[in-house]
Design a protein around this ligand. Structure first.
Ligand code: TXA
Ligand code: MG
Length: 313
C-alpha cells in the first residue's frame, strides 16, 4: 500500500477537529479508548473500511466493532431490546460491546458486518474517544490498531510501531487505563459471552440476574477469535513460577520476574500492564515465560489473551 506520513495528533480541540475531518474524508485514524487504541474509519463508507483491513493486513472476513457516542446513536443501528437497555444503563459508556441484529436502514457498509445480519456496537468511555465520536458525527468502525495477529496497542507508540506510514493519523492520549479489549456479549439469541474482556462476565451476570452462556458455539459468532492472536514474535510459556535458561519472566503477585504485571497481585493493574509488558519483553527477542494468573474477574480476559499469545502458530 502507499506510504503516507502518519500525523501525531494531540487530544486537544485542534487534534480532535483534525481527526474528525480525516474520518470524514474516508481516512483511517487511530484513537484511544479505555480498553486499547482503535483504528477508526467511517463505518458507512466501504472504501474507508477497506482501508482499515489494508492497513492492518487483516483477513477481510472479520467483522468490526462500531463505535458510537451514546445509546441513541446505537439504537439507530440495531434492533434494541430490554436486555440491551438494562446492560447499556449499567455499563455504557464502558468496556462492553453488544452484538445485536441490524436495524432496518442502518446505513453501515457490509464490509463492517462482513455480511452478517448482526453488528457489534460499543459506546466507549474514554474522554478523547467521546470527543472524537461527537465531533465526527458518524458511526466509527474500529478494530484494535495493530497489524493483524500482533499484540494490541495500549499506547500511541505501540500504534506507530506497527502502522506508521500506513494510516493518516494517531490521536495520542497516553496509555489506555483498562488495557484489554472490551467484553463482547451477543444478544442476538440468549446472552452469550463471545470474548472475555475489560468488563468481567460476573458483573454482567449480576446486572442481568442470570448466568450468561460462555459457549459461543462455532466460529461464525466470533470470527476474529483465532486461536493464535495477540501474539509476540517469540514463544510464550504460561503458568511459569520461574524462568528457564534464556527466558525472560513476566511476574504476577508472589512470582517476581524481569517485569511484573502487578507485584501486589491486582488484576486491574495486570490488565492495564499486559500488552505493554508483552511489547517490551518481545523487544528482548527472548522466549517469554508468564506467571500464573487467577481465572476470576479480569483474570479471564488476561488468561484468554495469554493463551492466544502462547498458541502454536
Ligand atoms: O476494546 C475493543 O473492543 C477494541 C476497541 C478499539 O474498541 N476493539 C476491538 O476490535 O478489539 P477487534 O476488531 O480487534 O475485535 C472485534 C471482535 C472480533 O473478535 C470480531 O469477530 C467480533 O468482535 N465481532 C464483531 N462483529 C461481530 C458480530 N456481528 N458477531 C460476532 N462477533 C463479532
Ligand atoms: Mg484486535
Amino acid at each position: 500500500m502507499n506510504q503516507t506520513k502518519t500525523l501525531h495528533l494531540q487530544p486537544d480541540a485542534n487534534g480532535i477537529a483534525r481527526a474528525a475531518a480525516l474520518l470524514a474524508e474516508g481516512a483511517q485514524v487511530a484513537f484511544p479508548t479505555e480498553t486499547v487504541y482503535g483504528l477508526g474509519a467511517d463505518a458507512r463508507n466501504g472504501q474507508a473500511v477497506a482501508g482499515i483491513y489494508a492497513a492492518k493486513g487483516r483477513p477481510s472476513f472479520n467483522p468490526l466493532i462500531v463505535h458510537v457516542p451514546d445509546v441513541d446513536a446505537a439504537r439507530a443501528l440495531v434492533e434494541w431490546t430490554d436486555t440491551a437497555d438494562r446492560l447499556a444503563s449499567a455499563f455504557w459508556p464502558g468496556a462492553l460491546t453488544l452484538v445485536l441484529p441490524l436495524a432496518r436502514g442502518h446505513g453501515l457498509s457490509s464490509l463492517v458486518t462482513a455480511g452478517l445480519e448482526t453488528v457489534a456496537v460499543r459506546v466507549p468511555h474514554h474522554p478523547t474517544a467521546q470527543a472524537l465520536l461527537h465531533a465526527a458525527q458518524m458511526p466509527v468502525a474500529a478494530p484494535s490498531a495493530n497489524v493483524s495477529g500482533r499484540i494490541s496497542p495500549t499506547t500511541a507508540q505501540h500504534v506507530l510501531d506497527g502502522l506508521s506510514g500506513r494510516i493518516a493519523a494517531v490521536l495520542d492520549d497516553g496509555p489506555c487505563p483498562v488495557g484489554v479489549e472490551s467484553t463482547i456479549l451477543s444478544l442476538a439469541g440468549l446472552p452469550t459471552l463471545l470474548r472475555p474482556g475489560g468488563l468481567p462476565a460476573e458483573a454482567i451476570e449480576a446486572a442481568l440476574g442470570t448466568p450468561v452462556s460462555r459457549d459461543a458455539g462455532d466460529a461464525i459468532t466470533a470470527p476474529g477469535q483465532l486461536a493464535s492472536h495477540y501474539a509476540p514474535g517469540a514463544p510464550v510459556r504460561l503458568n511459569a513460577t520461574s524462568a528457564q535458561a534464556g527466558e525472560v519472566l513476566l511476574g504476577f503477585g508472589k512470582v517476581t520476574g524481569d517485569m511484573t504485571l502487578s507485584a501486589s497481585g491486582d488484576l486491574a493493574e495486570a490488565a492495564a500492564t499486559l500488552f505493554d509488558a508483552l511489547h517490551r519483553l518481545d523487544r528482548t527477542g527472548k522466549p517469554i515465560a508468564v506467571a500464573p494468573i487467577p481465572q476470576t474477574g479480569l483474570g479471564a480476559a488476561i488468561n484468554d489473551r495469554l493463551k492466544r499469545a502462547a498458541a502454536p502458530r
